[in-house]
Design a protein around this ligand. Structure first.
Ligand code: DCP
Ligand code: MG
Length: 356
């Protein structure tokens, strides 16, 4: 039996900012372009700001106008902030690693959502329990909420995860999908964008149930191949095959120094710090061992060189990493790789040939 889960973080960027800045909790919050610049859009808004009608992809000037209108009505003032993508990506990686710790086959889609193949669970009930555990773990470790949908394919799971946002968990058993979808606006079907929506609305098609009145040939006539796909989607039919997980091939850190340097003590101190960093990242990304160590050096003239060493066996050892990284860096510090004694601008360490 196919059991597919879809997990989507709630108001992701805004939730991260609220968590990191307690003074913003519960305050209407818009993450996106700078409203003073007058260009660009909203990336996301928290639920308090959504009450003002602000949403993703809306021009930032429009969001500003809605926030101002609310303020004049005497409602709480809205905070506008620009996104910190590196932070969101880092948290996303941790959440995905946490999911992978519980579910062997995961397909990440975008920064805050993933499909989970839960077919190894004996029943929808057990899959539900597992998803509840994952949600609780994300809340405990990251202080963030996620919404999860369960269905017998990706289409149904995705629609289900949206059903009880935020902090939702919606199970759609195989026989229930068609009835659940029927009353929904067609826009809820992934792939139906504003253009298709308008095109179909002009023909009186607004809900999924409306689509079901048409034969496959009718829909093909209207929309081509996509019409045939829509015929199936309207009936809750879809693929339950997850694309094999894209795995990081390497884990690395690098640092550009405030000033170019030839200070050995400083360089080794930074090298050890990066080695500690990558070694700590290994389990977080779901790996146990490495075989290859790569050291990157960029000189003051921007010429960049790497040296690497592959060990005969997979290891997970601070001592080995420290020793190998040192051996790789040394030649850059003397005549062997640096006859002109150039200063160093950037240093990096990377682990490859990772093992679980
Ligand atoms: N995002 C963006 N531009 C968009 C849509 C989204 O930059 N047009 C970013 C900001 C979101 C993140 O991607 O926080 C995840 O997108 P979602 O569509 O899942 O939106 P949210 O997680 O913010 O809200 P929801 O609770 O509805 O999932
Ligand atoms: Mg989301």
């Amino acid at each position: 039996m196919n059991i597919i889960g879809h997990l989507d973080m709630d108001a992701f960027y805004a939730a991260v900012e609220e968590r990191d800045h307690p003074e913003w909790r519960g305050v209407p919050l818009v993450v996106g372009a700078d409203p003073q610049e007058g260009r660009g859009v909203v990336a996301t808004a928290n639920y308090a700001a959504r009450r003002y009608g602000i949403h993703s992809a809306m021009p930032i000037t429009r969001a500003w106008a809605l926030a101002e209108a609310a303020r004049r009505r005497g409602e709480p003032e809205t905070v506008f902030i620009t996104p910190n993508f590196r932070r969101y990506a880092e948290i996303s990686r941790r959440i995905m690693a946490l999911i992978r710790g519980q579910v062997p086959l995961v397909q990440e889609v975008g920064i805050d959502e993933a499909y989970l193949d839960l077919s190894f669970c004996p029943s929808f009930g057990r899959a539900r329990e597992l998803c509840q555990t994952i949600k609780e773990e994300i809340k405990a470790r990251e202080g963030l909420t996620a919404s999860v949908g369960l269905g017998s394919n990706k289409l149904v799971a995705k629609i289900a995860s949206d059903f009880q946002k935020p902090d939702g968990l919606t199970v759609v058993r195989p026989g229930e999908a068609e009835d659940l979808l029927a009353p929904l606006p067609i826009r809820k079907i992934p792939g139906v964008g504003p253009k298709t929506e308008e095109f179909l609305a002009r023909r009186g098609i607004r809900t999924v149930a409306d689509i079901k009145r048409f034969s496959p040939e009718d829909l093909e006539g209207l929309l081509g191949k996509w019409g045939l796909a829509l015929y199936d989607k309207a009936r809750g039919r879809g693929s339950a095959t997850l694309r094999a997980a894209r795995e990081p091939k390497s884990i690395g850190e690098q640092e550009t120094f405030a000033a170019d340097t030839g200070d050995l003590e400083f360089l080794f101190e930074r090298l050890w710090a990066m080695c500690r960093g990558v070694l700590a990242s290994l389990p977080k990304e779901g790996f146990r061992t490495f075989r290859t160590v790569v050291v990157t050096v960029r000189f003051a003239d921007f010429k960049t060189h790497t040296r690497s060493h592959t060990l005969p066996q997979p290891v997970n050892s601070w001592r080995v990493l420290q020793f190998e990284a040192m051996k790789l860096l040394m030649p850059f510090l003397d005549r062997r790789e640096n006859p002109q004694r150039k200063l160093i601008r950037l240093l990096g360490v990377r682990l490859e040939k990772l093992g679980r």
